[in-house]
Ligand binder design. Sequence first.
Ligand SMILES: *[C@@H]1O[C@H](CO)[C@@H](O)[C@H](O)[C@H]1NC(C)=O
Ligand SMILES: *[C@@H]1O[C@H](CO)[C@@H](O)[C@H](O)[C@H]1NC(C)=O
Ligand SMILES: *[C@@H]1O[C@H](CO)[C@@H](O)[C@H](O)[C@H]1NC(C)=O
Ligand SMILES: *[C@@H]1O[C@H](CO)[C@@H](O)[C@H](O)[C@H]1NC(C)=O
Ligand SMILES: *[C@@H]1O[C@H](CO)[C@@H](O)[C@H](O)[C@H]1NC(C)=O
Ligand SMILES: *[C@@H]1O[C@H](CO)[C@@H](O)[C@H](O)[C@H]1NC(C)=O
Ligand SMILES: *[C@@H]1O[C@H](CO)[C@@H](O)[C@H](O)[C@H]1NC(C)=O
Ligand SMILES: *[C@@H]1O[C@H](CO)[C@@H](O)[C@H](O)[C@H]1NC(C)=O
Length: 344
Amino acid sequence: MRSSSLLLASAGLAAAAPFSYPLANGFPNLNSTEMEQVYKLAGGTPPNGALPSSLKPNGVQALQLIAANELFEVAFFTELVHNITSKVRGYSDGNHKYIIDTLTSVINQEEVHVLAANGVLASANKTTIQPCQYDFPVSDFRSAIALAQTFTDVVLGVLPAAQGLFAADGGDEAALVPIVGSIIGQEGQQSGYYRFLQKKVASAAPLLTGGAPQFAYTAISQFIVPGSCPNIEVIGLKAFPALTLESTPRANNSVQTFSVSGAVSAANATLVYISGQNLPVSVRVSNVTMAGNKTTFAASFPYQSGFDRGLTLGALVAGANKRFNSTADVAASTLFGPALIEVD
Ligand SMILES: *[C@@H]1O[C@H](CO)[C@@H](O)[C@H](O)[C@H]1NC(C)=O
Ligand SMILES: *[C@@H]1O[C@H](CO)[C@@H](O)[C@H](O)[C@H]1NC(C)=O
Ligand SMILES: *[C@@H]1O[C@H](CO)[C@@H](O)[C@H](O)[C@H]1NC(C)=O
Ligand SMILES: *[C@@H]1O[C@H](CO)[C@@H](O)[C@H](O)[C@H]1NC(C)=O
Ligand SMILES: *[C@@H]1O[C@H](CO)[C@@H](O)[C@H](O)[C@H]1NC(C)=O
Ligand SMILES: *[C@@H]1O[C@H](CO)[C@@H](O)[C@H](O)[C@H]1NC(C)=O
Ligand SMILES: *[C@@H]1O[C@H](CO)[C@@H](O)[C@H](O)[C@H]1NC(C)=O
Ligand SMILES: *[C@@H]1O[C@H](CO)[C@@H](O)[C@H](O)[C@H]1NC(C)=O
């Protein structure tokens, strides 16, 4: 299966016990000795300058979403390294010292990201995010790396939106803009490595695809064991129902098939793509068929009209011929989505 639909089809595929915290080192609760060890394996420390003492509601939401995301990533990469080193069937392609060393650094770097995001929340007396249990829809090294690339690309889309919020809020939050910028660079290094492992061009496109908090939250939610989160609802976002890509897009113009659980009227829906830093592209929905509660439909995929290599987001919105000028507007109108489409 493709990583794009894997993300949205987690239910039913994961057979193993869900991933549960704490990690072997005690994370997310580390004493000073354990913290030093994390910094050593990560290759650096969290920022040690003054932290914001006050945050506005948008800033709080952005930091809580970042913390929730980084907690999920720590879980994913911890389980991935465990699968490789304990020689789980399907993971032998990852059994090389350089790969294990790199992924081990990533685990520790993501731990530092969690500590940084929750640390800022704590310093402003806001609710920090606690870890959930997770299930991942992959069972071999290849699909795990493809999935890692996809969710890292989703994060790369939403972190610039967080920078925009911090800048707009001003005050103490302005200091977070360059810090988040440094995390964007770090996640970009990761995405390049996951692309390299798949023999894709390492740097996907000149300008990467933007995102929205609702889309990132929906993507993370696919991996969370329902009911296992102590407090993720404080973030105040809701996951959209899935928009599943049923066909395999390539780097050319084509017609693709999608499905959703629920009703869709061709006369009252538009499929919108977000790719690069371009205006959203709207296309018609056609050939709608419903079987039980599942609706399948066709829509063109106009890749050659300027889509990025790498991630494209798809979202189904209400209304015919809907046009949008921003990703945020698309997210605000989304009924089903996002489809996470990785072309090339
Ligand atoms: C932290 O915990 C570890 C293992 O539980 C222990 O060996 C170490 O001495 C502790 N360090 C401090 C500073 O408490
Ligand atoms: C680890 O392997 C188990 C067993 O195949 C699988 O269920 C799980 O999704 C894998 N996790 C990752 C991150 O690859
Ligand atoms: C921290 O927040 C809690 C609840 O939001 C409030 O009761 C408490 O007074 C706050 N503490 C400080 C030091 O602002
Ligand atoms: C699109 O590209 C794929 C392979 O790259 C090819 O199999 C397919 O025929 C192409 N479709 C069109 C419409 O060009
Ligand atoms: C049908 O789909 C809708 C929308 O996703 C959902 O709310 C509803 O529970 C589904 N019904 C069944 C019987 O699956
Ligand atoms: C729609 O369905 C018709 C008849 O089944 C078929 O000929 C046509 O190729 C389909 N179009 C798309 C865009 O899937
Ligand atoms: C179009 O879809 C929206 C959202 O599902 C619904 O509220 C509205 O009534 C629909 N309009 C028509 C004309 O079907
Ligand atoms: C998008 O921008 C154009 C040009 O500025 C404007 O005419 C149009 O009303 C905008 N559309 C929406 C949906 O905001």
